[in-house]
Design a protein around this ligand. Structure first.
Ligand code: MLT
Length: 412
């Protein structure tokens, strides 16, 4: 008899967003009239079309693929050199950060990379994860067998949870105990909080002292408006020796459906072997990519490259301004409705305290039922997310304004 991976059976219910999708479908089937006025502020999926510079680059690339002389088959698994160079130059070196072209690994998404990185890390690491958190960090560790069972609140044995609350500005502090792997996401999904330089310095210090590795998810860095907030973990001295950074074109270039992202693995980052030797992770990640991945399509990599052209940068800025404008409208609407509101200033997510005695899923049902608006229940991001919900600012301006208006009519 073939054996299955028992660890999958420890996972709680479905992945959060398919679960929301199921509930929304049930609502729409039961109430077709209300379904017509449904506005989705649940999953953080972009709504605006691709920037014109990207569309033009894709058209050119399609034409190249249509001619024998310029046709491309397999590309380098780690990404074309010209894209790796554009990323390293524009996202890092132009900001004074020391990142080499071949430390950039182009992929089809940060979600995949955050999960796949576990392939090159040992099985006995002590893993620290914020709570609430992007569910992928937890679930991929469950799937890999790094955790125990979940308790009634959905917290898994063996994971060291780092609570994020209003008292720490939703940015976790280093724990008082040893951990080996730390997941940090800044600007944060779901809370919208962004870690300050001193907070990131404290984490790099902790990681250096503990020979730990920080997995730094910076998928939302383009939303940072506060000039004092670091865009990259490599702005912190010492991070090249203790951090891997994940970046994405999904939320800045609108690539959620186009798929392109990258991971930075510095050559100076080492981890320990079973025998106690320190070895670099860079060749392991490269080896993993060449074995398990065949690269992002040529057309999509040309599209990503166009984001770094002068017009591409302008167009990305307009997209970010648009979504941050929505965040401003939604924040103001939620505040006017009398709710306690966090985030939404350096991130496209607004994190809202539910009224007293209302659970996250009760808030979800109430807002869906009365306002016909989909939000995300905070408890789906972890036990400390209970009592909160997340509003995504990815929408048209008209929808953001309508949602802000409907919030005023809610009766708890
Ligand atoms: C979210 O809504 O949290 C995001 O869409 C998740 C993701 O980017 O995978």
């Amino acid at each position: 008899m073939a054996l299955l991976n028992d660890h999958y059976l420890k996972l709680k219910a479905g992945y959060l967003f398919p679960e929301i999708g199921r509930r929304v479908k049930a609502f729409c089937d039961a109430q077709p009239a209300a379904a017509k006025r449904l506005i989705r502020c649940g999953i953080g999926d972009v709504t605006e079309p691709l920037p014109p510079a990207v569309v033009a680059a894709m058209h050119r690339a399609v034409d190249e693929m249509a001619a024998r002389e310029s046709f491309k088959g397999y590309g380098p698994e780690q990404g074309y050199e010209w894209l790796r160079a554009a990323i390293a130059q524009h996202d890092f070196r132009s900001r004074g950060l020391d990142v080499a072209d071949d430390e950039i690994f182009v992929s089809d998404g940060s979600k995949c990379d955050c999960g796949s990185i576990l392939d090159i890390l040992g099985r006995k690491n002590k893993i620290a994860i914020s709570d609430p958190v992007y569910p992928v960090y937890v679930d991929t560790n469950v799937m890999a067998g790094h955790t125990g069972e979940a308790n009634a609140a959905g917290a898994y044995g063996k994971i060291i949870y780092l609570p994020c609350r209003p008292s720490n500005g939703f940015v976790p502090e280093p724990p008082k105990r040893h951990v080996d792997i730390i997941y940090l996401c800044s600007p944060n999904n779901p809370t919208g909080a962004a870690a300050t330089r001193p907070q990131l310095e404290a984490w790099v210090k902790f990681a250096s002292e503990h020979k730990a590795i920080i997995l730094f998810d910076a998928a939302y860095e383009a939303y940072i408006t506060d000039p004092a907030i670091p865009h990259s973990i490599y702005e912190i001295p010492g991070a090249r020796e203790c951090a891997i950074e994940f970046r994405s074109f999904s939320k800045n270039g609108g690539f959620t459906g186009t798929r392109c992202a990258f991971t930075v693995v510095p050559k100076s980052l080492n981890a320990e072997t079973q025998a106690g030797e320190f070895k670099p992770l860079h060749p392991l990640w490269s080896r993993r990519m060449t074995t398990k991945f065949n690269g992002v399509s040529y057309i999509v990599q040309r599209a990503a490259e166009a984001l770094y052209s002068p017009e591409g940068k302008e167009q990305v800025k307009s997209l970010i301004d648009h979504y941050l404008g929505n965040a401003h409208v939604l924040r103001a609407g939620a505040k006017k409705a009398g709710w306690k509101v966090f985030g939404g200033e350096n991130a496209p997510y607004i994190w809202v305290r539910t009224p007293t005695a209302v659970t996250s899923w009760q808030a979800f049902d109430k807002i869906l039922d009365q306002a016909n608006v989909v939000i995300t229940p905070g408890s789906g991001f972890g036990s400390k997310g209970e009592g909160y919900f997340r509003i995504s600012a990815f929408n048209s301006r008209a929808n953001a304004e309508e949602v802000a208006r409907r919030f005023q009519e809610l009766k708890w």
